[in-house]
Design a protein around this ligand. Sequence first.
Ligand code: UD1
Length: 328
Amino acid sequence: MNILIIGGAGYIGSHVAREFLDRGYKVTVFDNLSSGLRENLFPEASFIHGDILLYQKLKEAMEGQEAAVYLAAFKAVGESMIKPEKYSLNNITGTVNLLNAASEAGLKYIIFSSSAAVYGEPAYLPIDEKHPVNPENYYGFTKLEIEKFLGWYDRLKGIRYASLRYFNAAGYDVKGRITGLEQNPANLIPVIMEAASGMRSELAIFGDDYDTPDGTCIRDYIHVNDLATGHALALDYIAKNNKSLTVNLGSETGSSVMEVLQTARRVTGKPIPSRMAGRRPGDPARLTASAKLARELLGWQPQYSDMETLINTSWKAYAREAGNSCTR
Ligand code: UD1
């Protein structure tokens, strides 16, 4: 099958591209390289340097493709609250463009990178797909709106989709085939890795007075190779059943900021300086997934999402970049 990976030069996209290549798909990556990196491109995949806001180029890229993975989006939660226009244009207008191009090009299937941010403050845990959706930030709002557009284009245009609600994506390719590091990361594990490798001075811990055992926030970290497998299984499912799908992808395990930091100190052997900072607005104390639906419908089972592997694979990528010798 021919597949277009839109945003395939990015952190998650490159892992997804690798997964589909490994499964024998003919992969084309479409990316504007605003945050994606050339070094994340694989020689076996074709590459189109393009932007989802440019209709004609996108439509041409979709011609002859059966499926697309739609990852291209801005994803910084804090920034989305300060610059909603940027998120409206890229995430929402980009989606309208993408869906119109897909229907004109006769694309059958779309796998969409949604987010646990669609749920907002949890009403109960673990969060399953029946949990009410009530995003607390503009980024999450854009993801939820995109899901609604997908629902309508399914009904009206017959484009089947899988909306994958990622929890906290983390880790690097377990075989070390992806080396590009995210620029100016804001997420916990890359920030810890930068502090471990000397690229930044310290980790600021956003709050230690939450109602959790050690006072720091608990999240569900899911390895990016496990996420990538989820994309391939989701495409198999929607193609086989001719039916769209919305599922959580999470490890079903909660780790606190402090636990992540302690594992990182142990695995890297680096002191990783940290300081307590105030709470970051909009952070729920705990978020953990129920991934039962993905397990049952897709046969999906995370393999690499224990904290040790998440940190170990991340450290291999960062230690190489920072010119350190990796201790494990
Ligand atoms: C958020 C979104 C998630 C989205 C992801 C993309 C929500 C609820 N979640 O995840 O859906 O896919 O962003 O970027 O909107 N932390 C620190 N210091 C730091 C960085 C983070 O203490 O320097 C803490 C945070 O307060 C949080 C945890 O680490 O408790 C994880 O934060 P982060 O990696 O930014 O992810 P989320 O905000 O959980």
